[in-house]
Structures are given as C-alpha cells and as structure tokens.
Design a protein around this ligand. Structure first.
Ligand code: GTP
Ligand code: MG
Length: 201
C-alpha cells in the first residue's frame, strides 16, 4: 500500500450510492472512538484522507476509500470507515448499516475494533457479532490503542476477547486477533497483509 494509491471515494447511506463498486471490500467497525478512522489512515498510509476526532460519534456515514496499485491496476480494493456504535442510539445507527452488512456481497472481511484498555466485549459488540454471524461475514478482531497497555496484559485481553467473540460468532470470527496501535503503527502491516490475503490479490 502506498500513499499515492489511496483515495477517498464518497460517503454513503444508501445501496444505490455504493452498489456500482465491485472490488473486494473491507470494513472497519466498532464502538465509537475505538480508533477506526485513525487506523484506516495508517493502513492507507494517508493521514489527510481520513477524518478522525477526539469527540465520539465523529464518523456518521459509510465512508468509502479506494486502493489501486500500478502493479495490480485491475484489482483495486475498497476500504470502508463505519460510524461507531454505542454513542448514538441503536436505531439511529441501525438501518443503513444493517442493510449494508446484510446485502454487501463484495464484503470480504469486517475488522471489528475493540479498545485494548476496555479489555472486554460490550453488549453492542456482541449484537454486532450476532449480526455478522447471521449474515456470514468473516470478521477479524483488532485490539486497538495497544500503546496504552503492557504486553502481558495484552496477551490476556486478546485471548479473552477472542474466546468471547467465538462463543457468539463461531463461524464468522477469524481465529486470530491483531494487536495494533495508530500511535506506534504496530499491527498496521499485519492488517495490510490480512487485506491482501483475503482479497485474493
Ligand atoms: P467514531 O468515528 O466516533 O466512531 O470514532 P473512531 O473509531 O473513528 O475513532 P478515531 O479514529 O476518530 O479516534 C478517536 C480518538 O482516539 C482520537 O482522539 C485518536 O487520536 C485516539 N486514538 C486513535 N488511535 C489511537 C491509538 O492507537 N493510540 C492512542 N493512544 N490513541 C488513539
Ligand atoms: Mg471515525
């Protein structure tokens, strides 16, 4: 992934707005403020492209980014930044995202972000996992902001959240957690590799 290959495409709340995109797609989901937008900017290697904020609830639409590469011009990848859940009411968050998750065939994998310091899955995470299990969307856990936690605690937390997630979504959950930090850039390479592998590029 290199900076010049990434671009912001559009924001969307309706299928008509994104259905013409047919490249392998990867979506970053999770509670408000877990660090979705920050991590996407690291993965795309472009700070200016993705808006992040200290205030929860910053991202409020589906934001689509495109990755093309001179080596693989024909096999571009789409990355989607989701609004966080847990800040707005469930109904508010619900409709267009529900529609997106249940109908989006291009979706190769959802990255579900959990903040390392929080250390557990919340009710909203569990509901989200029920949703991806129901719709058969492969989902990989990312433990975020790991710069705030000690290595030993990190191992305990990642084992714990993985077990909890697999209890709820045994088919959907990919049995490997990636520990990452926007601050130290730990895990960014691993996410890029996971994207490339799952997109079949
Ligand atoms: P919503 O769009 O509201 O759902 O939030 P988001 O999940 O996109 O979070 P965002 O990337 O906007 O980051 C929220 C806050 O967490 C910002 O103040 C970031 O600077 C901070 N943050 C993000 N990643 C990290 C990280 O790896 N380490 C630390 N220490 N802070 C981080
Ligand atoms: Mg955001």
């Amino acid at each position: 992934f290199s900076q010049r290959d990434a671009k912001f495409l559009f924001t969307a709340t309706k299928p008509e707005q994104y259905k013409r995109l047919s490249n392998p797609e990867f979506t970053f989901a999770g509670r408000s403020n877990v660090g979705k937008s920050s991590l996407i900017s690291a993965v795309l290697r472009s700070q200016s492209l993705v808006k992040t904020s200290k205030k929860p609830g910053h991202t409020s639409t589906l934001n689509f980014f495109g990755l093309t590469s001179s080596t693989y011009p024909e096999s571009a990848i789409t990355v989607v930044d989701m609004p966080g859940y847990g800040f707005r009411s469930r109904d508010d968050w619900g409709q267009f995202i529900m529609e997106y998750l249940s109908t989006r065939k291009e979706l190769k994998r959802v990255f579900l972000l959990v903040e390392a310091k929080v250390g557990e899955l919340k009710t909203t995470d569990l509901s989200f996992l029920e949703l991806v299990e129901h719709h058969n969307v492969p989902t990989q856990l990312l433990l975020t902001k790991t710069d705030k936690l000690k290595r030993t605690d990190l191992n305990i937390v990642s084992g714990k959240v993985l077990r909890a997630a697999m209890d709820v979504a045994p088919t959907a959950v990919v049995p490997e957690v990636i520990c990452c930090s926007y601050k130290t850039k730990v895990g960014v390479d691993a996410i890029q590799e996971a994207i490339l592998r799952a997109s079949g590029v």
